[in-house]
Structures are given as C-alpha cells and as structure tokens.
Design a protein around this ligand. Structure first.
Ligand code: MIC
Ligand code: SF4
Length: 641
C-alpha cells in the first residue's frame, strides 16, 4: 500500500511503535523551536535534565510573545533564554526579529524534516512540507536532549483543492471553510494533507496560513507536498539547497477525503468566541467595527502585507476604527519599507506594531469595552484579547482592510478591483538578529543569567493506587487553555512563576477556583469534550497541578493538553459513556480505587461518594506514560531514569 506524505516522514523517523492509527509511536526530532512565553519553563526543564548540548540538527529560541516590557520580568526572561541558549547550542532569535513560525518558515524550515515547538501553531511548518507539531515544553526539552517525541499514530485525512481563488478570497478563507466543515474537534487524532490541482496557485506562506490554522481543527498537524512552489520559495530565501521533493504515493489511503472548490469560495468570517463559528462576510455586512488587527503567525507574510498596503494605498481608514499592523518578521518589515509599501500603510492611519504576536495574545492593543474587533488571527476565544466583553471576529487580510476603510463589516469584493501584487524575485536576507550559540569549547564559560522572576519549579506528586478527592470544578465542552490558564499582558510575564500564575487559574470560568482548590488540598476537575483545546502551554497543566488537581475526568481531551497533564503527573481520564458526565456535580466527593491495575486494564471505576453513582472511566496509557504518572510527571521520571 502506498504512503501519505506524513506517513513517509514518520517512517523515516520512527524510533519505536507501529504505524497503526491509535498506537503509540516515538519519532526522532530533527529541529525544535521555543517561544519566550513557554520557553523559560522549557529551558528550566532542559537544565534539570542535565544535557550539556542539544542533540537536534537545529534548535531555535524565539522571543516574540512577551515583548511588552512594563517591568523587569520579560526583559529578565529574554536574558535568561539568550544565555541558556548560547550555553547549550541553541540559536537565539532576538526580540523584534519576528514571530517564531514566520521566521522559522523563512529561515530554517526544511521539507521532510521533523520539528516540534512549544507552541501549538508549529504546524505552520507543514506549509513547507515539514512534519511540524506543537508540544508541551517538557516534550520539547526532552527532544532537545535527544529524546524521541511520543504521539498517538494519527489517522490520515486529505483535502483536495480544485479551481482557483477569486479576487478578494484568500488562503484564510480556505482555513475558515475547513473549520466550518469540520469544527474545532474535526481534526482530532488526524494529520491533514492538502493536495489537488488547486494547491499549485498557493505560495508557501499561503499554504502556511492553512497549516497554521489546522491547529484550530485539533489536528496533530497539517502538511502540503514539497513541490516546485516550495523550491521557488526556498530559492527566494537563498536556501534552494534545502529543497527535497515530497509527495504522497498515488495509492496512499486516507481515512477521510474532503473536496473544496476554490472557485466557489466566498470571503468568510469566524464569529465570537470560536474559530469554527463561521459564516459569510456578506451575511454580517453593516455590523459596526471598532478595531482591526492585521498580523499574527496566520497572516503576516510579505504577500499578506503587500495586499494590505495595495488596498490601503491612497486611502484613509475610518475615523471610528483603530487599525494595527504587525508584520511577521524583520524580513517582511524591511522589504515593506524598501519597496515603499510601508509608507502606504502608515499614510492610511494604521498603527504600526512590532514584529511579534502582540494583540493576538493580548500583549497590548486590547479592544474598547464591548468592542468589535476584526482580526486576521487564528483564535477568538473569550477574553483572549484582554477585554472580557469584546467580540473578536477572525477574517482574511482583505476583509480586515475592507472593515478598516468603511468602519463596518464589509464584503471585500465590494472594494472594486484587486490590485495586482508583484512578489519580489528574492527575499532580503539579513540574519543578524539570529545569534548563533557559543562554540562547544567556550560554552562552559557562558553564565546563565536568571532574574528574580524565576521561581522554583513546583513539586509534583506521584500518583497512588487510590485517589479520594472532591470535584473542585465542573466545566462544559471545548474548554480552551485560555480558559484554564489565561494569557495577556498582565499575566504572561509570570510564566516562570507558577505560584503567582495560580491566582488566575480558570479565571474566565470561575474566579473562586484557585481559593477553592487550595482549600481542598487535592481535587478533581470534570470537563466536557475536547477539554484543553488551543494552546500548547504546559502552564494549563502545571498550575492545576500546583493547586492540587490530581485528575481531570472529561468526555474527551485535546492532544497536546492530554500529554501536558501526564507530563505534570495529572491523570487524564475519559468517561466511557459520555452521559455519565451528568452524574457528577461540583463539590461531590469522588473515589478511584485500583488505579494501577485499572491503568493496565484500560478501565478505572469511579464512585461518587456523595450520590452513590458509579461510572467507568477509560484510559490507554503506554508503559512509559504509566511510569511518568507513577513518578509524578516527566521531569521526575526523566531525572530518575
Ligand atoms: C497561543 O496562540 O495561544 C500561544 C500563546 O501562542 C500558545 C503558547 C503559549 O500559551 O505560550 C500556543 O498556541 O501554544
Ligand atoms: Fe503568537 Fe498568536 Fe501565533 Fe500564538 S497564535 S504564536 S500568540 S501570533
């Protein structure tokens, strides 16, 4: 039987396990990336593992999330990451050099290689034919130390694109269409391969917009073939030598095939508060808009920015709209500046932000109260923008500009004719903002600089054979990591201070949770389906662990979060019958007995001591995962072994 693109890459990197969907496999990792909001913790964990120098082909530490420095905390963390990277053989991308995924695509991504990153949008690299996956910081630390990455062998889905995008319809609309079709749970347990004759007209950055938002489908990753379009992109980046062709076999088998005709696609928009809440832009036309943000790892390439500049050229934005532009990288910004397009953007009244995540993670530029914000980003979860009652909509750059000009949601096809965009033959290459690590010989003398913001790693506890604890919180379906451990400018600087962060845990759902959990000592959280979707932040597991959460029982889990729970020593268990979720209430005393035998059997019985009800919980842990849970988390496990 023929192989899909992802199966070929997995086969070439398989360390253990069988490539049967649902089986645990271990994959050798060629490259890693970290960003600063998850990186500080990841490098603290890496240091604990005691490996002197990374064992990957290339590891890069980016600073792109915590770039507002309203106190010493972020600057101290940047200094820590720079010094620890230099000491251990990791390249350091300075603040201002750009968003990790955009820069990695431009400067480091290589077709056919494996990449894991401590950021859920690492699948952006699938746009260049990499097998690129988001992971928790501990898994990235382990991979930097030469360890394999453990995942469940995914199913394979294929999306066939036919036809050609019409003017004012773009790659972002393809992402929104697949979210409309599949929902935020639709990609769970699968790798999505994009193909069909329609991909020929999509450049690498457009493909990367699509693989980037595959994360919102819950997919393990998404991938495009490596073809002449890929070669052309690498040539323009001065890296043609990194090109290898890559395609699926003609007789490759897929578990699901989806067809999208690009000729029929219209501009789409995701409404608050979920990326799959998708309707046509025309159906919302006339809705008043307060703010428009263009950028993020989804839509900040040179092509996106040139389109924005061309549409803004000679025009002034609406008086009632505040427009922000964050180019994805220094390369994009420099080229915009050189060709004059930056001047067109500035002249229109836009506010230029630095090349970083910025408003996407609530790092500044929060909307006004009850404001309507149109963003070219990938997530519109409740509260993420930093304004609790804002309504955030996700759109393409074209739709964003249309709203900025008119002050209301506007179908961009009404703007007239789309100006022709001429992409340069080659990109401007200037890697001075990427600092190479110290040589192996001089690494010993590099001092690692730690600021007072870094607090000791919280102590985890081994799982016992019995667990008796109360339910500290019961939540519904699709709870995101932004609900569990919110981000934003006020909290993000404390990513290496778990005790402080704990005051905000589950703040979006229930502000009294931290106090209640602390008072209970040990407790259990009950969740609905797709629990922990969204970000890779391991803080959404480490903080509950610090607050005494010993198990999360849900209808189903998002992949990275389930792995983070295990790495933090928390049991992720699933109701065998989803209806049993209704039997348990907040405050109930629960008991789980025979946990170790249950882990082997795959079933554990839950007794609700408050109402006498029983339910069967299922789990399918590998031997390694059982040992991690018994040790009290990956760090305890790794330092013992
Ligand atoms: C996000 O988009 O939610 C983030 C911020 O990039 C996260 C990482 C983090 O929480 O630091 C992600 O996507 O993994
Ligand atoms: Fe940064 Fe937003 Fe991309 Fe996350 S989704 S990496 S916060 S730009």
């Amino acid at each position: 039987m023929g192989l899909t693109i992802a199966q070929k890459i997995i086969k070439a990197h398989l360390v253990s396990g069988e490539m049967i969907p649902g089986e645990q496999i271990a994959v050798k990792i060629d490259q890693t990336l970290t960003q600063d909001a998850t990186g500080t913790m990841a490098y603290l964990e890496f240091e604990t593992m005691g490996v002197p120098r990374v064992r990957t082909e290339k590891s890069v530490a980016y600073i792109d999330h915590n770039t507002l420095q309203s106190g010493f905390e972020n600057a101290d963390d940047h200094r820590y990451i720079q010094s620890v990277a230099s000491k251990h053989g990791i390249y350091f991308s300075r603040p201002g050099n750009g968003i990790c995924h955009q820069v990695h695509l431009e400067r480091f991504g290589i077709p056919g290689k494996t990449l894991i990153g401590s950021d859920s949008h690492t699948p952006t690299g699938g746009g260049i034919g990499m097998l690129a996956m988001g992971a928790g910081g501990m898994d990235v630390a382990a991979a930097m130390g030469g360890g394999a990455y453990y995942i469940t062998m995914p199913k394979m889905y294929k999306v066939n694109l036919t036809g050609k995008l019409k003017p004012f319809v773009s790659a972002k609309d393809i992402s929104l269409e697949i979210l409309r079709l599949l929902s935020v749970k639709g990609g769970v347990g699968a790798i999505i391969e994009w193909g069909g004759e329609g991909i020929k007209n999509l450049s690498v950055p457009e493909r990367a917009t699509i693989t980037n938002m595959g994360t919102e489908l819950g997919a393990t990753t998404s991938i495009f073939p490596s073809d002449e379009v890929t070669r052309e992109f690498l040539r323009a980046e001065g890296r043609e030598g990194d090109f290898t062709p890559l395609s699926s076999d003609p007789d490759a088998q897929y578990d699901k095939i989806i067809d999208i005709n690009l000729d029929e696609l219209k501009p789409l928009i995701a409404c608050p508060h979920s990326p799959d809440n998708v309707v046509t832009v025309e159906s919302l036309a006339g809705t008043k808009v307060d703010q428009v943000c263009i950028g993020s790892c989804t839509n900040s390439s040179l092509f996106d920015m040139l389109k924005v500049a061309a549409l803004l050229k000679g025009k002034t934005i609406s008086e009632s709209v505040s427009l922000s532009i964050s180019p994805g990288s220094k390369q994009v910004l420099a080229m915009l500046s050189d060709c004059g397009a930056l001047g067109d953007i500035i002249a229109s009244g836009a506010r230029l932000l630095e090349c970083a995540c910025g408003p996407c993670i609530g790092m500044g530029f929060s909307p006004n109260s009850a404001g309507v914000s149109l963003r070219t980003f990938n997530r519109n979860f409740e509260g993420r923008s930093g304004t609790a009652d804002a309504g955030v909509y996700l759109v393409s750059p074209e739709t964003a500009v249309a709203a900025a000009l008119t002050g209301e949601i506007t179908d961009p096809r009404t703007l007239g004719s789309m100006p022709a965009i001429k992409m340069p033959e080659s990109f401007k290459i200037n890697d001075t903002a990427v600092i190479p690590p110290a040589s192996e010989e001089s690494a010993g003398s590099v001092a690692v600089l730690r600021g007072p913001n870094i607090k000791p790693f919280p102590e985890s506890k081994p799982q016992n054979d019995t667990l008796t604890a109360a339910v500290s919180l019961k939540v519904g379906d699709n709870i995101t990591t932004d609900h569990i451990m919110p981000a934003g400018a006020k909290i993000l600087p404390y990513r290496s201070n778990i005790p402080y962060l704990s005051n905000f845990c589950f703040g979006v759902c229930d502000k009294s949770f931290p106090e209640r959990a602390k008072a209970l000592g040990e407790s259990i959280v009950i969740g609905g389906s797709n629990y922990g979707q969204g970000s890779s932040r391991e803080h959404a597991a480490l903080v509950p662990m610090y607050l005494g959460v010993r198990a999360v029982i849900a209808k189903s889990f998002a992949r990275i979060h389930a792995a983070n729970l295990i790495n933090s020593g928390i049991l992720p268990l699933t109701f065998k019958n989803a209806g049993d979720y209704d039997k348990v209430s907040e405050g109930d005393a629960l008991s789980l007995t025979g946990i170790f035998a249950g882990m082997d059997k795959g079933e554990i019985t839950l007794k609700d001591e408050t109402n006498g009800e029983e339910a069967t919980l299922v789990c399918s842990f590998t031997e390694r995962q059982k040992n991690i849970l018994k040790a009290g988390g990956l760090l305890a496990f790794a330092t013992k072994n």
